[in-house]
Design a protein around this ligand. Structure first.
Ligand code: GDP
Ligand code: MN
Length: 402
C-alpha cells in the first residue's frame, strides 16, 4: 500500500532506485526522540490486555492507551483512550486491540503516563524537494491535521528552510517560536532546544520526516512530544542497521515484503496493468503513459540499473503474485542494462513461474535487436513485443481489458 505521499519521492535514491520510507511506530519514534534528548512521557509496550494492565500498574496513576498503527488520526478513530486505573487500562486495551484503523489492524499498544495538556503545538522537519532543503514547520495551532492549518490558517504555520551546507543554527529555532507567537520565555527556551534536537535526529537518522503533533505544553509549563511520526529513507538504511531492524514485517503488505526480500523496488497501486521498468525515471514515465492511454497501473516495479536475468525473474514473480494484475507492461531502455540480458530473464521467468497474464515487452537501447530476436524465437503465446513505449502501453491496456 502506498500509505503516504511521502512514501514516494520524486528523485531516484543513491542506488538509482525510487526512494521509499521506513515508517516507524509512535513508540519507536519516541524512543529515538528520547535518545536525542527530546522530552517524551514514560511508557511501555503491550500486546495484550493483561500486559496493558501490568504496564499501567508499573507506570502508576492515569495512563493513555494508544493504538500503534502506521497511520495518523488514531484519536478520531477510537484508537487512543485515557484510563484512570490498571483495570480500566485493561478494558480499553481490550477495545482497541484488533481494531481496524483504515486498514491497519491494531496489534500493539503503547501505554503511556497520561499528560495534562494546556496547549497543543506542531513541529516538524521534512524535505522541501522544490528548493532541495530541509524544511522546518512550526505552529501553535497543533493537535489537528496540519493540512487543515495550512489550508485554513496559512499565516499561523511558520516555515523555515535549513541550509544543508551551513547546517542548523539556534537563531532559526528562535525565529520559528517568535514568528508563531510563543510569548512565554520558558516555553521559548524549551521549544528552541527541541527544534535543534529534532533537526539533529532528522539528520543523524537520515530521516525524510520527523513530526511532533502535538507538541504539548503542560499546565506546569513543561514542553513535551506527545506523538511522533518518524520516516527514514530506505536507501540510507544500510548505514543504520539498528534502525533497519525496527521494520515491522508483519504489518507490511505481503507482496511488499516479498519484493523487499528479493531486493525489488515495488509499489502497489490499484489498477490492473503491472508496470515494470528500469530506473526510477523510466518507470514513473511508464506509469504516466499507461494512465495517458486510459489504463490504470496495478503497481510498478523498478529493476534498477543492473537488470540481470535473476533480477527480472524476481520482479516478475512479485508482479504476477498481485491478483489484480491482468496484463504486464515491461518497458526497458537499455543503457548499462542490456536488453538481451533482460530478454533472457523474461524467458527464464516464463520457464520457472506459471505466468498466465499477457506480457507486452518494449525493448530499446543496448542490444535491443538481440533481445527482441530472443523473445521472437522463443515464440511464447503470452509474449507481445512493441517498438515504442506508447504502442506498448496501448497494447497492455487493451490486453488487460480483454
Ligand atoms: P493521532 O490522533 O494519531 O495523531 O494521535 P496523538 O498521539 O496525536 O493523539 C491524539 C490526541 O489525543 C492528542 O492531540 C491529544 O489531544 C489526545 N491525547 C493523547 N495523549 C494524551 C494524554 O496523555 N493526555 C490527554 N489529556 N490527551 C491525550
Ligand atoms: Mn498526532
Amino acid at each position: 500500500m502506498l500509505a503516504h505521499a511521502s512514501d514516494l519521492v520524486s528523485g531516484p535514491g543513491p542506488a538509482g532506485r525510487l526512494a521509499r520510507a521506513l515508517d516507524l511506530y509512535e513508540y519507536q519514534g519516541k524512543e529515538l526522540f528520547r535518545r536525542f534528548g527530546i522530552p517524551v512521557s514514560d511508557g511501555r509496550l503491550a500486546t495484550s490486555p493483561a500486559e496493558a494492565r501490568e504496564a499501567a500498574q508499573e507506570l502508576g496513576g492515569g495512563v493513555v492507551v494508544k493504538a500503534q498503527v502506521l497511520t495518523g488520526g488514531r484519536g478520531k478513530a477510537g484508537g487512543i483512550k485515557l484510563a484512570e486505573t490498571p483495570a480500566e487500562a485493561e478494558a480499553r486495551a481490550r477495545e482497541i486491540l484488533g481494531l481496524d484503523i483504515r486498514g491497519h489492524v491494531v496489534r500493539r499498544l503503547w501505554i503511556e503516563r497520561a499528560s495534562e495538556i494546556a496547549r497543543e503545538y506542531y513541529l516538524s522537519v521534512t524535505f522541501d524537494r522544490g528548493v532541495k532543503r530541509p524544511l522546518l514547520m512550526f505552529t501553535t495551532k497543533g493537535g489537528v491535521d496540519i493540512e487543515e492549518v495550512a489550508a485554513n490558517d496559512p499565516d499561523a504555520l511558520v516555515r523555515l528552510h535549513v541550509d544543508p551546507l551551513e547546517g542548523y543554527h539556534p537563531w532559526q529555532g528562535r525565529r520559528l517560536v517568535y514568528a508563531a507567537g510563543v510569548s512565554d520565555p520558558g516555553e521559548q527556551k524549551q521549544i528552541v532546544q527541541i527544534v535543534g534536537r529534532l533537526v539533529e535526529a532528522f539528520t543523524a537518522c537520515e530521516a525524510m520526516l520527523c513530526e511532533i503533533n502535538p507538541l504539548i505544553v503542560t499546565p506546569a509549563g513543561e514542553v513535551r512530544a506527545l506523538d511522533s511520526k518518524f520516516s527514514i529513507d530506505d536507501n540510507a538504511l544500510f548505514r543504520h542497521p539498528d534502525l533497519a531492524e525496527l521494520r515491522d514485517l508483519a504489518a507490511a503488505d505481503p507482496l511488499e515484503a516479498l519484493a523487499r526480500e528479493k531486493g525489488v523496488t515495488y509499489v502497489k497501486l490499484d489498477g490492473d496493468v503491472g508496470v515494470l521498468g528500469n530506473g526510477a525515471g523510466l518507470t514513473m514515465s511508464t506509469v504516466d503513459v499507461v494512465t495517458f492511454v486510459g489504463g490504470r497501473p496495478a503497481n510498478f516495479c523498478d529493476l534498477g540499473g543492473g537488470g540481470d536475468a535473476q533480477g527480472v525473474v524476481d520482479a516478475l514473480e512479485v508482479i504476477t503474485s498481485d491478483p489484480q494484475v491482468r496484463a504486464i507492461f515491461f518497458n526497458i531502455f537499455g543503457g548499462i542494462t542490456r536488453c538481451d540480458e533482460v530478454a533472457r530473464g523474461i524467458l527464464q521467468a516464463l520457464g520457472q513461474l506459471t505466468i498466465s497474464q499477457p506480457i507486452v515487452v518494449r525493448l530499446d537501447g543496448t542490444n535491443a535487436e538481440e533481445g527482441r530476436r530472443l523473445l521472437r524465437e522463443a515464440g511464447a503465446a503470452n509474449l507481445h513485443t512493441e517498438a515504442t513505449m506508447l504502442d506498448g502501453a496501448r497494447r497492455a491496456v487493451e490486453l488487460a481489458a480483454a
